[in-house]
Design a protein around this ligand. Structure first.
Ligand code: ARG
Ligand code: ASP
Length: 713
């Protein structure tokens, strides 16, 4: 039945084409499609979502530490985000005795909350379109002159804002530079950890379930924002007090129904929805497969040792998860692009546009020419950046190489040096150089085999065989300063990084003799000379053509409502609570339950273990008000909201603006939504607020936190 109604609506009712959200949509909060949102069921007004002069929902939504999103759920600045967003902070406070990652952490009063110096949250207090001011006068110039004028205008616009001392303004291009927007930002700097479930709840299913539906993860953690006595941002101080927000989100524990209206408010990172078909084809057939192949080699090599050795498993768990995250996403993306016929769809769209507007013909042929000519460099760049990303020996060599370059160009100041030391030490932490020598040997072989001879240093043929590479790399690695194994100045970089960096001149002399450095530098030099520059030069022209193509799409396709690609600015997306039909005869329900957690339970497993107390609650059915109409506790649910990386931690709200879920992932079949959102396959995944409150009350006995909240029953 469901399948049939899908077909009917698509074929018979072309009016569906006017539905703004059919292409997805991440709308600037001052420009949402209020009419359509209301038609879909929203009961509040656009002003209640974003109002610069009165308290509105936007006052409860923050960017968490520059990446994720978080929201305020109490008058005392209680902040909700994902477990995977707070992971680094939870890890930092963990010790062998108090392993909060493994066991969870719950402050039992505000004094027990844990400070996290360096962690910030950003509020957006206003958004203004400033296109005319930024682009004014630039139509008469082009090239570098236009660029310079735009930059100057941006500075002038910034200076024209009257800001409070705790505010700053950031200007962001939208629609590939066809429009510009100013964001007024207020940054709070005292953010304390309040609570986190154990990883067996917060990260339940780990890598196996990552990007997958049906899902059963309690991916949440709690923080609190602190402010000075005047409720203004301040550095951490024990005298700071809980921040009193202009607005906080009521938390709903009402049952959800399929087709309920929902919207997600947060900071999506990056999407590219308006690329020409040739670019999509390149991503699908060349770029993604190249990146996937490098990560596959790295993951396989790590996995072998992680399975055999418990210590390696712990050491590499976080690195492995981070490599696996996008590896898995790209595989889903390629499949989804194929399945949603993304290239054919884009081709047909281009044809339609060209029929309507002849001026688009030269733009498309220019883009086709540029992308075809850039392809060779783009693919090589994908391999190169991925081998450095995934072989830590090469990553280290790259940092040391950049260090030398900065030093020799006279650009080395204290902050830059501190930054190098920090990045390098971050690799040594949890680093197994012997294991990484294997990864390096294999990715170098892959690179030697996949790269055109003219992009390789002379004699690099000898690196085509991974086995032969291993003995060479291991030999070089074992005595090298950069791997933290070879001694220098009486120590190693892994043991005492400050001492190793004490005398730059002798360090650089030593580095220049290091065989591993010599090998890496030869790769890098050829890459810089023969690939990077060409890639960037083509990209510059592509950007210009893409800006034009974007403008032409907007002026030609009058029926379509356009939204700007994600760029880490505050956005609203909306949709309906919905399951999906991802494959023939497969139907996904929209909601999972605690019984499903127990179905997946594998005692002692690092991904699917379940804490004893949760099992007890399940066995005694001690669910309180948190069970739904089925009698079970809902855990996760899906909807058609268009989300991407950065939306993790975003609030999912109902028609009345109450919090109903916490966004944390997407389903695999729909991850191509970053390039081609398809309402048939693209679903965002959220933690049900009922599960969050159930864990806080019944699992953690942290009722004092519930008392702060406004709970809608
Ligand atoms: N896939 C989600 C996102 O892109 C969640 C990642 C964290 N979870 C994990 N198992 N690695 O961020
Ligand atoms: N998991 C992503 C995040 O951390 C969200 C997504 O890509 O859907 O932001």
């Amino acid at each position: 039945m469901i399948k049939r109604s899908f077909l009917l609506s698509a074929v018979i009712v072309p009016a569906v084409m006017a539905f703004a959200q059919q292409y997805g949509g991440m709308w600037i909060p001052t420009e949402v499609n209020e009419k359509e949102m209301k038609e879909m069921g929203m009961k509040i007004s656009a002003k209640q979502i974003f109002d610069p002069s009165k308290p509105s929902i936007k006052d409860a939504v923050v960017q968490f530490n520059g990446g994720c999103t978080a929201e305020i759920i109490s008058p005392q600045g209680l902040l909700l985000t994902n477990h995977h967003c707070g992971y680094g902070q939870i890890q930092k406070h963990s010790t062998v005795q108090n392993d909060y990652l493994a066991d969870g952490f719950w402050a039992n009063n505000p004094n027990a909350e844990l400070p996290n110096p360096g962690v910030t949250v950003d509020f957006i207090s206003d958004i203004k379109e400033v296109t005319d001011q930024v682009l004014g006068g630039t139509l008469l110039t082009e090239g570098t002159a236009a660029e310079n004028l735009i930059n100057k205008n941006i500075e002038d616009v910034k200076a024209s804002f009257k800001l409070e001392p705790w505010q700053k303004v950031v200007i962001k291009p939208m629609y590939y530079g066809n429009k510009y927007y100013a964001f007024i930002i207020e940054t709070y700097k005292d953010v304390r950890l309040v609570g986190a479930p154990p990883s067996s709840i917060g990260k339940f299913g780990s890598d196996t379930d990552n990007w997958v539906w049906p899902r059963h993860t309690g991916d949440f953690s709690l923080f609190r924002i602190y402010a000075d006595k005047n409720n203004k941002p301040a550095e951490y101080s024990k005298d700071n007090v809980p921040y009193q927000p202009k607005y906080f989100l009521p938390v709903s524990i009402k049952d959800k129904q399929e087709n309920d209206f929902t919207f997600v408010f947060g900071f999506p990172g990056r999407t590219t929805e308006y690329l020409p078909s040739i670019a999509v084809e390149q991503i699908m057939n060349q770029i993604d497969p190249a990146m996937i192949s490098v990560r596959e080699v790295a993951l396989k090599t790590l996995d072998e040792k992680m399975r055999a050795d418990q210590q390696t498993k712990i050491k590499y768990a976080s690195k492995y998860a981070s490599i696996a995250n996008y590896w898995k996403k790209w595989i889903g993306e390629v499949e989804g692009l194929k399945k949603s016929n993304a290239v054919q769809k884009k081709e047909a769209y281009e044809k339609k546009l060209m029929d309507q507007n002849k001026a688009i013909i030269p733009t498309i042929s220019e883009l086709n020419r540029l992308y075809s000519q850039q392809a060779l460099y783009a693919v090589n760049r994908a391999y190169y950046t991925e081998i450095i990303r995934n072989a830590e020996t090469l990553a280290l060599a790259n940092h040391f190489s950049n260090y030398i370059e900065n030093y020799e160009e006279g650009k080395m100041d204290e902050a830059t040096l501190a930054n190098f030391k920090k990045r390098i030490s971050a690799i040594y932490k949890d680093f197994d150089p012997e294991l990484d020598a294997q990864v390096t040997a294999k990715v170098l072989a892959l690179y030697a085999n996949k790269t055109r001879v003219k992009f390789l240093p002379t004699g690099f043929d000898q690196y085509k065989d991974a086995n032969a590479n291993l003995s060479k790399i291991e030999e070089m690695s074992k005595n090298s300063v950069i791997t933290g194994r070879g001694t220098f100045n009486g120590t190693t970089a892994a043991a005492d990084i400050d001492k190793v960096f004490q005398n730059p001149t002798t360090l650089i002399q030593q580095l220049k003799k290091d065989p591993l450095m010599i090998l890496f530098q030869s790769l890098k030099d050829v890459y810089s000379e023969k690939v990077e520059g060409y890639y960037a030069a083509y990209q510059k022209h592509i950007d210009i053509a893409q800006k034009k193509f974007m403008a032409q799409q907007m002026e030609t396709d009058k029926d379509r409502k356009f939204f700007p690609d994600a760029n880490s600015t505050l956005r609203v997306t909306y949709g309906k609570v919905a399951g999906s039909n991802p494959r023939d005869a497969v139907y996904y329900g929209y909601q999972t339950h605690l019984a499903g957690v127990m179905e997946k339970y594998v005692p002692k497993d690092y991904e699917f273990d379940v804490p004893k107390k949760l099992i007890d609650l399940y066995n005694t059915k001690d669910y309180g008000v948190y069970k739904d109409k089925t009698g079970d506790v809902p855990v996760n649910f899906t909807a058609t909201n268009h989300t991407t990386g950065g939306n993790s931690g975003s609030p999912a709200l109902d028609a009345n603006g109450n919090l109903i879920g916490l966004n944390f992932d997407r389903q695999w079949e729909g991850t191509m939504s970053d390039i081609n959102y398809d309402p048939k396959f693209s679903r965002n995944i959220m933690v049900d607020t009922k599960y969050i409150l159930f864990i806080i009350e019944k699992y953690a006995d942290a009722k004092w936190l519930l008392n702060e909240m406004k709970i809608v029953k």
